[in-house]
Design a protein around this ligand. Structure first.
Ligand code: MSP
Length: 522
């Protein structure tokens, strides 16, 4: 741990390398990136982990289809996920691949602990398996599909599997899991998801098959030739591998485990909120503090699927609307935890109204008035009036409120709160009308512009986690020292007389091509 700083550990799911990165991957990792950035700015020692899930039948089959061996296949596709981080300006501190030696050692050590605890036994699995989900299903969960196929609730096709397998005694963990959920009411969020998990566990747990023998692309089970570990046991273990497991005395492990948040999509909650804490408790390792399950995006009202050809590609979104615009939209548009719809209209609305009109225009008006009327220097304020102080106080009061929202992963509420103050600043400028004061009361004009510039500085500091580039540019325009942009800088204030650079617009408006063409023809 960095001296005196509290620790914060946030993780994304590790992504299957059978697929190109899409909006789902971008969304999960973005949420984690914003938490990580917020906590760093707020003085925490942060560990932010993402990576790729590279074993199992699904990846093996994808490699076969591509005509390459699984290792070369995963080497190549894993790279696409590293590039996603660069593209979206994600600040993960580590990138784990389940094919790394550190991970194999960690999985095998965890396995041995489960054996020692008496929670693993050898049997035969005979039942349904969906390769797409890498999940076992009970017959009662399945529906009949075309050609006599069995279909899982996720829509994935299932195969009948019969093979020798090691089992984890999950059935013995039901009561202990329920007690754990009870004692840790915020372990699973949002609450609706928690209720689903609790009723699933109350419905009774079956022992879980945790090894496979009919293919070989995975981590070998110790002392059991022919068996490889079930890919979810392998994958979940990444969260402890990355902080040094099996060395539980490792500095990183002691500092960062248990993780503060495992961020996941709603489709993979059961693995994280039922199997994972059961494995850990059985091995005598503390479970994570929280699993947060977010919702799914649709595209213009339609379910996103490769077969419909409506997959949203992050690089295309960024090229069309701009990086920070996309980051803002994804977190502002939908209450975090709910499903949401991506529509071009909504995206452009947020970009033009919230960003260009409300925030961008505010900054642009204030900075150009300062450039023109105050010799391009931070103006010297006079005595503050109650309305001046009210605006500055409203901006400062945001920090504790945002801490609460971030600790509950309520990104949309955090942004709504910031925009309430953006709205207050716009009302303040309209009411104070500094442009009318230039002749009549230049001293008051200077005060008003100072108050606005200072309010913008605070709003920009607080908006950095969601829009790091745009806010860096806004803070540059206020000549804020790049090394003094943590939240402790909220206590400071702009210094009158500081020379400011020439103002530049921060948030362009989105101009529809047709509209632009018409405009130029008129
Ligand atoms: N490999 C497992 C996770 C193992 S973690 C120990 C896995 N990988 S995945 O590549 O399929 O994960 C995709 C992530 O993207 C999941 O969190 C999933 O919920 C999310 N999404 C996939 N499609 C999505 C949308 N349409 N909308 C939002 N998120 C979605 O699962």
């Amino acid at each position: 741990m960095t001296a005196g700083k509290p620790a914060y550990y946030v993780t994304t799911p590790i992504y299957y390398v059978n697929d190109a990165p899409h909006i789902g991957h971008a969304y999960t990792t973005l949420a984690c990136d914003v938490l990580a950035r917020f906590k760093r700015l707020d003085g925490y020692d942060v560990r932010f982990l993402t990576g790729t899930d590279e074993h199992g039948q699904k990846v093996e089959q994808s490699a076969e289809k591509a005509g390459v061996d699984p290792q070369s296949f995963t080497d190549k596709v894993s790279q696409n996920f590293r590039e996603l981080s660069k593209l979206l300006n994600f600040t993960n501190d580590d990138f784990i691949r389940t094919t790394e030696p550190r991970h194999r050692a960690s999985c095998q050590a965890l396995w041995k602990k489960l054996v020692e605890a008496g929670d693993i036994y050898l049997g035969t699995y005979a039942g349904w398996y969906a390769v797409r989900d890498e999940a076992f299903y009970a017959e009662s969960e399945l529906e009949d599909g075309p050609d006599g196929k069995k279909i899982a609730p996720s829509g994935a096709e299932c195969d009948w599997v019969e093979e020798e397998s090691y089992f984890f005694r999950l059935s013995a963990w039901g009561e202990r899991l329920l007690k754990f959920y009870d004692e840790n009411p915020d372990f699973i969020l949002p609450p609706s998801r928690r209720n689903e998990v609790v009723s699933f566990v109350k419905g009774g747990l079956k022992d879980l098959s945790i090894s496979r023998t009919t293919f070989s692309w995975g981590i070998p089970v110790p002392d059991a030739p022919g068996h490889i570990m079930y890919v979810w046991l392998d994958a979940l273990t990444n969260y402890i591998t990355a902080v040094g497991f099996p060395d539980q005395e490792a500095e990183d492990f002691k500092t960062f485990w248990p993780a503060d948040v495992h961020m996941v999509g709603k489709d993979i909650l059961r693995f994280h909120a039922v199997y994972w804490p059961a494995f850990l408790m059985a091995a005598g390792v503390a479970p994570p503090k929280r699993v947060y399950a977010h919702g799914w995006w649709t595209n213009e009202g339609q379910k996103i699927s490769k077969s419909l050809g409506n997959v949203i590609v992050p690089s295309e979104l960024v090229a069309t609307y701009g990086l920070d615009q996309v980051r803002y939209f994804l977190l502002r548009e939908v209450p975090f935890g709910n499903d949401g719809d991506f529509s071009r209209k909504a995206m452009i609305g947020r970009m033009n109204y919230d960003l260009a009109n409300q925030f961008g225009n505010l900054a642009q008006r204030v900075l150009s008035m300062i450039a023109k009327n105050c010799e391009g220097r931070v103006p010297q304020p006079g005595t503050l009036q109650p309305e001046d102080q009210a605006l500055l106080d409203a901006a400062s009061a945001l920090l504790p409120e945002l801490r609460t929202e971030m600790d509950g992963q309520q990104f949309h509420s955090a942004l709504i709160k910031v925009w309430e103050v953006v709205g207050a600043a716009n009302r303040y400028i309209d009411h104070a009308a500094p442009w009318t004061l230039k002749k009549s009361d230049p001293a008051r004009m200077a005060t008003v512009l100072y108050v606005l510039a200072e309010a913008i500085r605070r709003l920009a500091l607080l908006s950095q986690p969601v829009m790091p580039d745009a806010m860096a540019r806004m803070l540059d325009q206020l000549a804020v020292d790049p090394n003094a942009r943590g939240f402790e800088a909220l206590e400071a204030a702009l210094e009158a007389g500081t020379v400011l650079p020439q103002p530049q617009p921060i948030f362009p408006r989105f101009v529809e091509e047709e509209a632009a063409a018409q405009g130029s023809g008129a």
